[in-house]
Design a protein around this ligand. Structure first.
Ligand SMILES: [Zn+2]
Length: 292
């Protein structure tokens, strides 16, 4: 969601790779290793000795809804203090039968979409993520307080499937690091909302999902809606990645909001934030699959 993000305005510095004026020289004779020199204008860099200790800077893929229409989404995300790497329109146009998505920020630059955020021991997720905003109005509450969520359409799903698979592959992003804004900021965000089809995306290879058999093992014959020990659920959610969930055994406001964020992702039929047996079983199944 675009509004209310607390943003750092720090610009990335000194990390941009310069590839101008590349000059490769082969060491005289046939001896190895091969020396590769890169001319950067006033100095030359020798890249002969690449370190084994390195990995991708991008670790996370974060999904959002904009809660605005197409025109306002584009304006806010290009002219304001928030941005995202990609914007998927309400009805992405087709070109050569392929959906067109908008890229607003290059992937090697930092976009301002996550705000204050935490996941699995990491903070400031803007530093290490690619962010996708999807045009969707989110939800509306009527006068009786009944909430209606807006669905995503098939054109958006098709565009997102291709886009997310490509980003994940190029950046080696693990399934448990494909997340919603509500996962990394559960106390203040609800996007991409309970109607984002996380299970369908997991079946396409995008994002995490627990195995049914493991969920049943941890359910251990209990009714899915049966109340469960709050501290046990808090511990499981903390172990999976929700770093800020209290560890006090109380169903306080922070705990409820975090449980609800988890339920929006993995058990959207009931997102009330109660500590029930099914939520605990899903959390433990995810820990077993992705954290051990
Ligand atoms: Zn968001």
């Amino acid at each position: 969601m675009i509004f209310n993000s607390v943003l750092s305005t720090t610009r990335p510095g000194g990390l941009k790779l310069l590839t101008v004026g590349m000059l490769a020289l082969i060491v005289a004779g046939c001896s190895t290793p091969r020396s590769t020199l890169v001319d950067r204008g006033d100095y030359i860099v020798d890249t002969t000795h690449p370190a084994k200790g390195q990995n991708e800077r991008v670790r996370f893929l974060i999904l959002h809804y904009t809660a605005l229409d197409d025109a306002r989404s584009l304006k806010v995300l290009t002219q304001g203090q928030v941005s995202a790497h990609y914007l998927v329109a309400k009805n992405p146009p087709l070109r050569d039968k392929k959906p067109v998505v908008m890229q607003l920020v290059p992937e090697d630059m930092r976009a301002w979409h996550a705000g204050v955020s935490n996941w699995n021991g990491r903070v400031n997720i803007n530093d290490s993520s690619v962010g996708i905003e999807i045009v969707n109005l989110g939800f509306t509450d009527n006068m009786l307080g009944v909430r209606t969520w807006y669905p995503y359409n098939e054109t958006q799903i098709t565009a997102l499937a291709a886009l997310t698979k490509d980003i994940i592959k190029r950046n080696n992003i693990t399934p448990d690091n494909v997340l919603g804004h509500s996962d990394i900021a559960p106390l203040r965000k609800q996007d991409p909302g309970k109607l984002f089809p996380w299970k369908r995306f997991a079946e396409m290879g995008v994002g995490a999902w627990p195995d049914d058999a493991t969920v049943n093992k941890y359910l251990a014959g209990r009714q899915p809606s049966a109340p469960t020990d709050v501290l046990t659920l808090q511990k499981a959610l903390h172990q999976y990645g929700y770093d800020k969930i209290p560890q006090n055994g109380e169903l306080d406001k922070e705990t409820r909001l975090t449980i609800s964020a988890f339920q929006m992702h993995f058990r959207p039929t009931d997102i009330e934030g109660n500590a029930d047996a099914q939520t605990e079983a899903i959390a433990k199944a995810l820990v077993e699959k992705y954290r051990t």
